[in-house]
Design a protein around this ligand. Sequence first.
Ligand SMILES: Nc1ncnc2c1ncn2[C@@H]1O[C@H](COP(=O)(O)OP(=O)(O)OP(=O)(O)O)[C@@H](O)[C@H]1O
Length: 341
Amino acid sequence: MPKPNHSTAPLPFPILIGDIGGTNARFSILTDAYAEPKQFPNVRTADFATIDEAIQKGVLDKTAVQPRSAILAVAGPINDDEIPLTNCDWVVRPKTMIEGLGIEDVLVVNDFEAQALAVAALSDENRERIGDATGDMIASRVVLGPGTGLGVGGLVHAQHSWIPVPGEGGHVDLGPRSKRDYQLFPHIETIESRVSAEQILCGRGLVNLYNAICIVDGIQPTMKDPADITSHALAGSDKAAVETVSLFATYLGRVAGDMAMVFMARGGVYLSGGISQKILPALKKPEFRMAFEDKAPHTALLRTIPTYVVTHPLAALAGLSSYARMPANFGVSTEGRRWRR
Ligand SMILES: Nc1ncnc2c1ncn2[C@@H]1O[C@H](COP(=O)(O)OP(=O)(O)OP(=O)(O)O)[C@@H](O)[C@H]1O
């Protein structure tokens, strides 16, 4: 019977690497520490009843390589032998995987830990800088990802290693500051009467903010899809959409600046998730960076911290691969989330 195991011994190669999102799951296999990962086509989670079936049909049936271990990044807390995913019906059951898929060792981590691992070493081709602050200081970092929700992960640099810190940073309070904020915030849909950052800084949050603007300005909302709002905003073809994305950039800058202070992220703040890349031109306008730096009494500190949008198409997989190759460079906790035959 497979058992939970806290071993920090390296996982044996070949290693199956998986980034399991709500809509898509992405897989690759690392055959050894030096080889390029063997990449498999994205799997749509809705196309398979279980993750085990998706791994069998989407990966194992397509290669002669039998992985001995697996590292899987999932959206959601890892508290038990059964890990339900936040935005799809799959349940990750490492014990069942070990029994059914010929894998002997499974480590499950949080999706934003994987994103954090990725930003330890991201080359310039895989990121786009926002603002003038530059530098690749070996120092703590933060990643924020507005997508279906708002994920936040810290990457603390301590004792010569990178320590990813999973958390629920997307659920911090977000408060009004400007006169316009005070008009709009009473109309932002709350969660148990609270405006958490995720009520605004994600796909449905964009719609929430757009609706509040329409209410205050007395206009009929015409858009329900976040992608419509951002495309009208970028094209400059709808005034409320333009303001929505401008304020989204301001609020994202505000929360990103807060996270930078919490983690003393002199190494940089990285924006990932489905939305950041799509609104890159809006993030390059002054609002994001102004809000990021507007952190008295620490404005001078924030001015020195670089901010980037992650443009790597498979950043989480890249982060997990770096860890799988060189586990000694990272302080990844395995307690309660590693299972071995
Ligand atoms: N062009 C766009 N502008 C604004 N929002 C968008 C755009 N395209 C997608 N979105 C929103 O982004 C969210 C999806 O984000 P993301 O791609 O990060 O998903 P995810 O939760 O990581 O899931 P998965 O990993 O399965 O893709 C949805 O709310 C979607 O409506």
